[in-house]
Design a protein around this ligand. Structure first.
Ligand SMILES: Cc1ncc(COP(=O)(O)O)c(C=O)c1O
Length: 393
């Protein structure tokens, strides 16, 4: 065994000891509500399919139609022969949804953040080191993109526009290009960044505002357009409320052209395949009409938050479809997850480094196919005083 492999083994043992070891569980899903593991079925509260679109007949039909008409692969990167004519109309739809002049479709949200930020922060293009002001709870892919660019992040306290403002003031008069990076809805907390205040700061300090709208696109904002209106550049995914896979960036024509020329994730990766483009296309057509679903999801989340708080749980600053139950220790989070699973509900324990040490939690996400009955069952399962009652999966 090479020495390196012994090091990997030792790492795994440490993770195990600290309650941090991860593993892959085989899941079967036949609809948007239920998942099965072996013979056991659970109501799924752990996904990001907020509008329950991944089993929607319109997406499936268009994915099939695109596969039949255009094949199951795109055959090359977009700069070679993979830029199928399907992309242009999809990008026009994304630009309209995000109310930006231009959009570009990328392979995945992680890849988009990793490679777009690397390109935008390229000091050889900017002519100086970028000053990147970044919410400390930003997604791993955002930190990854900064690291790939060799850009040091100046991290401000989570969701704290005052702190951001005071950090920006320290660099007043500094000629280096400034950027502000934030998620709109934070993936593990379900709270919303103070975007209006951040946008004012961005203008005042001549900083480019980049917003990751992954968890708002489709499910929040007017017509499901998300919350990133004030951003110069919006990055988001089709893998969450839009039900399938892939990502987009929306902004100016110049930024789009620049990324086509400089963004390694676009240049060196095969274009998304036609069936996925079909699913994206159908989702983009449907999303504006799903106000009833958005209202339903918001009211389920609110019902759960109120109930959980009454039971003494800490739901953080969540105001969206994502609700954490902050347990603190890793073992406490794992224990809560198991308890819910025993009652028929699948909710994943989220542990460091995904969340800061000491804030391990359950992350619940509510979707269009959940019911008030599900919420009440969940709350019963979390209530120490209640008799165990199994869910109707
Ligand atoms: C805020 C945020 N950005 C980006 C991503 C990555 O998106 P994708 O799953 O499409 O790679 C995620 C998903 O985990 C996310 O939560």
């Amino acid at each position: 065994m090479p020495a390196s492999e012994r090091s990997y083994g030792a790492y795994l043992e440490t993770r195990e000891r600290d309650g941090l070891r991860r593993g892959l569980t085989a899941i079967a899903a036949r609809d948007a509500r239920t998942i099965s593991i072996g013979k056991d079925a659970y109501v799924n509260f752990a996904g990001n399919d907020y509008l329950a679109l991944r089993f929607h007949p319109a997406l499936i039909e268009r994915a099939k139609a695109f596969a039949q008409a255009h094949g199951v692969g795109s055959g090359a990167s977009r700069l070679v022969t993979g830029n199928l004519d399907l992309f242009a109309s999809l990008e026009a739809k994304v630009a309209a949804l995000k109310q930006k002049p231009a959009a570009l479709i990328m392979a995945s949200g992680f890849q988009a953040n990793a490679s777009i930020l690397q390109a935008l922060f390229d000091r050889s293009v900017l002519g100086a080191e970028p000053l990147v002001f970044s919410d400390r709870l930003n997604h791993a892919s955002i930190h990854f993109g900064c690291a790939a660019a060799g850009a040091r992040e100046i991290r401000y306290r989570h969701g704290d526009a005052d702190h951001l403002g005071s950090l920006l003031s320290q660099y007043q008069g500094d000629e280096r290009p400034k950027f502000i990076l934030t998620e709109s809805v934070f993936s593990m907390d379900g709270d919303i960044a103070p975007l209006a205040g951040i946008a004012v700061l961005a203008r005042a300090h001549d900083a480019m505002l980049i917003v990751d709208d992954a968890h708002a696109t489709g499910i929040l904002g007017e017509g499901g357009g998300g919350l990133s209106g004030e951003a110069d550049i919006v990055i988001g995914t089709f893998s969450k409320a839009l039900g399938s896979f892939g990502a987009y960036v929306a902004g100016s024509d110049i930024s789009r052209d620049y990324l086509i020329n400089r963004c390694s994730g676009l240049i060196y990766s095969t274009a998304l395949p036609p069936p996925v483009l079909g699913a994206i296309d159908a989702a983009l057509d449907l999303v504006p009409s799903l106000d009833a679903e958005r209202t339903h999801v918001a009211s389920l989340a609110e019902r759960f938050r109120l109930g959980a708080r009454t039971l003494g749980f800490d739901t953080g600053a969540s105001t969206t479809q994502i609700v954490p139950l902050i347990a603190g220790s890793n073992h406490a989070a794992l224990g809560l997850s198991k308890r819910l699973r025993d009652a028929g509900y699948f909710v994943t324990a989220i542990r460091p480094p995904t969340v800061p040490a000491g804030t391990a939690r359950l992350r619940l996400a509510f979707t269009a196919v959940h019911t008030t009955h599900d919420i009440d069952g969940l709350l019963d399962a979390l209530d120490d005083r209640a008799l165990p009652r199994s869910a109707t999966a």
